[in-house]
Design a binder for this molecule. Structure first.
Ligand code: CA2
Length: 143
């Protein structure tokens, strides 16, 4: 069975509790449940994780690369700061789709730069929880 890693960075565990105007009202568990349902219908297994720790995300990207599994990555604020995540994606030759709930380009200047985008296969942002589903369909178009 094909596998996709869905990796979520810092503070995404707070989804659904605050800032619904920016991030929607779904919790991360809601997003996980909906993605699992869609992936199951496509015959794809989901490894879904969240961490507030940069190094843990690095380890998981390496794990996905070793497994040859693509990654849907919402690195949260590390998107805008993390050379370590950039290097992990490059080093692991991980096949990454960068996703964001919000349209980061329509927000503060410091959210306009991504260290992930140059090493990602593609980027999907601004569609709320649907960004994750769109990434899943982008990775597995014929399933
Ligand atoms: O839009 C996205 O998906 C982001 O990756 C979310 C990050 C933000 O730093 C990025 O610039 C864009 C923040 C996730 C934190 O989410 C919260 C949810 C509720 C309350 C507080 C934070």
């Amino acid at each position: 069975m094909k596998t996709v890693y869905v990796l979520n960075g810092p503070n995404l565990n707070l989804l659904g509790t605050r800032e619904p105007a920016t991030y929607g009202s779904q919790t991360l568990a809601d997003i996980e449940a909906s993605l699992r349902q869609q992936a199951a219908a496509m015959g794809v297994e989901v490894v879904f994780r969240q961490s507030n720790m940069e190094g843990e995300l690095v380890t998981w990207i390496q794990e996905a690369g070793e497994a040859g599994a693509p990654v849907i990555l919402n690195a949260g604020a590390y998107t805008h700061t993390s050379i370590a995540l950039h290097d992990a994606i490059r080093g692991a030759k991980a096949d990454v789709v960068e996703v964001h709930l919000s349209n980061t380009h329509a927000r503060e200047d410091f959210r306009h730069h991504s260290f992930i985008s140059p090493v990602a296969r593609g980027v999907i942002l601004g569609f709320g929880a649907r960004s994750y589903a769109l990434a899943l369909h982008a990775l597995f178009p014929s399933q």
